[in-house]
Design a protein around this ligand. Structure first.
Ligand SMILES: Nc1nc2c(ncn2[C@@H]2O[C@H](COP(=O)(O)OP(=O)(O)OP(=O)(O)O)[C@@H](O)[C@H]2O)c(=O)[nH]1
Ligand SMILES: [Mg+2]
Length: 195
């Protein structure tokens, strides 16, 4: 029987700018990655059951650093910068894209599992496809979370999920979720916290 994974406690550890000082201790790391504004920070708050563990905001582009949270004193949730916030300017956006890719390809960080978050209504975009390519190439196990599914009715959500799934490798699961409505919480925790 599959056991329900629970979050007993979670706290902020540190923010890291650029690739220096990323945490490389022996604890497993779960990476949360996705385009700006898809709800990465909100999802971490929802999963940890702490409303304001991570700053999420109506202003996208909020997360420009790598933020580490320690869950149950044993596993890191890593909130990566959001990709593609237009107001940041081309050069800076490109810098963040390189930093995100570095995180997955450098081999300096041991990532146990990656959560690629997409907006259910928008579906996969160019950056998501690039991420999927990199995750596959480097053999990083990942799941896709289709967030903000509260914005779609059941029929549209079904279509959206089928569309996204059709572009994913067969063994990759997709979890419909809503950070605002706490939907998908247990399923995601079970996927990312099982060893
Ligand atoms: N309707 C709805 N809105 C959501 C959901 N999750 C997040 N939001 C909203 O989307 C906006 C962006 O959320 P964030 O959590 O800051 O997104 P992010 O991916 O961390 O953004 P960056 O830090 O810019 O990369 C906020 O206004 C959230 O309230 C959801 O499940 N449903
Ligand atoms: Mg954020």
């Amino acid at each position: 029987m599959k056991k329900d994974h629970i979050v007993k406690n979670a706290h902020f550890v540190q923010s890291v700018v650029g690739s220096h000082n990323v945490i490389g201790d022996e604890k497993p790391q779960i990476a949360f990655v996705g385009r700006s504004n898809v709800g990465k920070s909100s999802l971490i708050n929802m999963l940890t059951g702490q409303k304001s563990l991570v700053r999420s905001s109506s202003t996208p582009g909020k997360t420009q650093m790598i933020n580490y949270f320690l869950v149950n004193e044993e596993i890191y949730f890593v909130d990566l910068p959001g990709y593609g916030y237009a107001k940041l300017g081309m050069k800076y956006r490109e810098k963040l894209r390189k930093l995100i890719l570095w995180f997955f390809v450098s081999g300096e960080v041991v990532i146990t599992k990656t959560v690629l978050i997409v907006d259910a209504k928008i579906g996969l975009q160019e950056f998501d496809r690039e991420m999927i390519g990199v995750l596959e190439q480097y053999n990083h196990p990942f799941i896709v979370v289709a967030n903000k599914c509260d914005k779609l009715n059941q029929k549209s959500l079904h279509h959206a999920l089928v569309n996204i799934q059709s572009e994913l490798p067969e063994d990759v699961i997709i979890v419909p979720a809503s950070a605002s409505k706490s939907r998908g919480r247990q399923e995601i925790l079970d996927e990312i916290m099982s060893e």
